[in-house]
Design a protein around this ligand. Structure first.
Ligand SMILES: [Mn+2]
Length: 337
């Protein structure tokens, strides 16, 4: 792979739709290292199918990310004409949505660096995949040490990689049972990054609207099923419009379900134009990756999701059936409406 990086002219980096901290961190961390590794006049372009979420705009190099939604033709041709494509934090071409055909068609040498289950290895020439590892950022760190030693690690790269490590483990709360996760954190912190500053940029970022929406969600849109140890949020487009919140604003809300001690599986169902999005979370023994698969999605054991091309009501019904609460009465709360 070292050779591939040095000998190719056009390198494209790709990560998944609705990029999270691990997607953005690995994409930009990788780009910043390749910038230094690139010897000749190489072109390195990071692409995200629907662009960079505003909340990660503070990462170095974020202004270089090309959005597939905004510049579709450009992205398709960049992908088709690339010599080397690195796919980060995604296990299958479908995770880049409308750009997948371009990726499949491209004759580039394709490398996958990822930690999701079931990598679609047949689409790639080289696969680095480990579902046991905390994050793609961690895997990328170990891979870069193998390739280049510490030559291209610096504080900007470390900030990107730490961001993915931090977000994919919920602040070192889950997916971090391998000691290597903390070895990676220790190494990255040695590059003079400030974990508290990164924490603030990731966590303490609510708008007032978002906070008000959380209040509404908890009071009026949360169904709790104590006997089944399950809870579910659901939001129509109108709910989202009336509080002027985006999908990004709802990121993390699903985790509130698990904050109730007896709840072991939580879901958030959100209506979008022409489709419905489902986020699933679990603690204990429940494997939500298996549930998500039945909805045509996937992810991790404790965090997974799916996009359903069904009405909101149908999706809610299906999710409830998967959680074993279909037809059950939710807990009566004080001001439910
Ligand atoms: Mn990840």
């Amino acid at each position: 792979m070292r050779q591939q990086v040095c000998e190719t002219q056009k390198i494209v980096l790709l990560s998944h739709v609705n990029a999270d901290g691990d997607a953005c961190g690995s994409l930009l961390g990788c780009m910043l290292m390749l910038d230094q590794a690139a010897k000749q006049a190489q072109k390195i372009v990071p692409i995200l199918p629907n662009g960079l979420p505003k909340s990660f705009g503070w990462l170095t190099g974020s202004d270089r990310i090309v959005s597939g939604e905004r510049e579709l033709t450009l992205c398709q041709s960049l992908i088709e004409e690339a010599d080397l494509i690195l796919c980060l934090d995604l296990n299958a071409p479908s995770r880049i949505d409308f750009l997948q055909e371009a990726l499949i068609k491209s004759n580039a040498f394709k490398v996958l660096v990822d930690h999701h289950h079931n990598p679609a290895s047949e689409y790639f020439n080289l696969v680095f995949s480990d579902p046991e590892i905390s994050s793609t950022c961690e895997l990328l760190l170990w891979l870069s040490l193998e390739l280049w030693g510490r030559d291209y690690l610096n504080s900007e790269v470390a900030r990107c990689l730490y961001t993915g490590l931090r977000t994919d483990t919920g602040g070192f709360a889950f997916s971090c049972s391998q000691p290597s996760c903390f070895d990676a954190a220790a190494l990255l912190v040695s590059y003079d990054i400030r974990p508290a500053e990164i924490h603030n940029r990731i966590v303490n970022t609510f708008s007032y609207n978002r906070m008000m929406f959380y209040g509404f969600a908890l009071s009026h849109r949360l169904e709790i099923y104590p006997e089944q140890h399950a809870a579910l949020f659901s939001f129509t487009l109108d709910d989202q419009r009336s509080y002027n919140v985006t999908s990004e604003d709802m990121e993390g809300l699903v985790n509130y379900t698990l904050m109730m001690e007896p709840i072991e599986v939580g879901a958030l169902v959100r209506e979008e134009q022409g489709k419905t999005k489902v986020s699933l979370r679990a603690k204990g023994d429940v494997d939500v990756n298996l549930l998500a698969k039945q909805l045509g999605g996937g992810g991790h054991t404790k965090a997974a999701g799916a996009t359903c091309f069904m009405s909101m009501d149908e999706t809610v019904k299906k999710v409830k059936a998967l959680m074993g609460v279909e037809g059950q009465e939710p807990l009566k709360t004080i001001s439910a409406s």
